[in-house]
Design a protein around this ligand. Sequence first.
Ligand code: TRP
Length: 348
Amino acid sequence: VTRPRILTGDTPTGRLHIGHWVGSLENRVRLQDSYDCYFLLANVHAFTTRAEQPGDIRRDTIEIARDWLAAGIDPERSTLVVQSEIPAIAELTWFFAMLIPYTRVMRNPTLKAELAAKDLGDHYSFGFPLYTVGQCADILAFRAQLVPVGDDQSAHIEMCREVARRFDHVYCGVPPTTLDDDYEKAGGIFPIPKALLGRVARLPGIDGVQKMSKSLDNAIFLSDTTEQILARMKRLHTGRQAMTDPGDPNNALFQYARAFMADQERVSELADRYARGDNIGDASIKAEVAAAIDALVAPMRERRASYTEARIVEILREHARRANTVAEETLAMAKEAMHLDFGRRTLA
Ligand code: TRP
């Protein structure tokens, strides 16, 4: 029996934090048994904004792989995919780029938000908007049905669904009225993939306001020590003064409590007292939440220590072979459908 496939991934820009965990990583870890999982290190995409820093990109690629393995991605069950090792992805990107209008790509809200946030004006590389089409190829090269991602990636998955429908329609004769779930049955090569969003769409950082992000220096990392977690929790900004001030039971502190504490009855009780200013300080709640986060991260710390860089590189090499078996098969199917049936290659 073949299990349905998952493809998802991260652009290597730095270490992963607890926002990544609730946003998507925990879903990935959980679904390893029920799906055939492919986890992509989007190192080619990293070059769209950091072409001059190839050494940093290599280091970050290995760091993300290490974070994944530490978090419980099991290399015996799941396949780690280094994007630059999969030629079919680059080729499919070209073919898909011809099936979507340029203006549609430029309307992608996530792309627009990134251009604004990075203050790139009109100085971005040609490859920058192209990465969104590349992301369609990442997913479709593995004919994935499910894409566990954070909420910020929804716009990309929607674009991918449009590209998949269009390819199946133009080259496989699937009628455009076909239900999304029936595209393969109707003769399409590509299933229409679905996004799976995490249980917390947006976890604030310890500044209490902005989304948790490495670049904003407001993150608690999966690789933090017990002391670092506690220190960062102490810095968490709530704006509250005295133990008798009524506090906001939906502030960042309580969002963490809801996201990470095992005993949710205890959280409700704390929130209730907090809202009333019932002689309850931020410090004691922070200590409880820090302990809960530490309990999540502690087993990761142990697994992390067992992976050397040499072992990680070895895993990436072995897994590239597995990944290429699937991606090459997809490419051959796509080329045949496109009447590009001039040869069949094998990757040694
Ligand atoms: N754009 C995603 C991010 O920056 C990374 C990514 C690349 C991805 N290709 C993907 C995610 C395919 C899901 C599926 O987080």
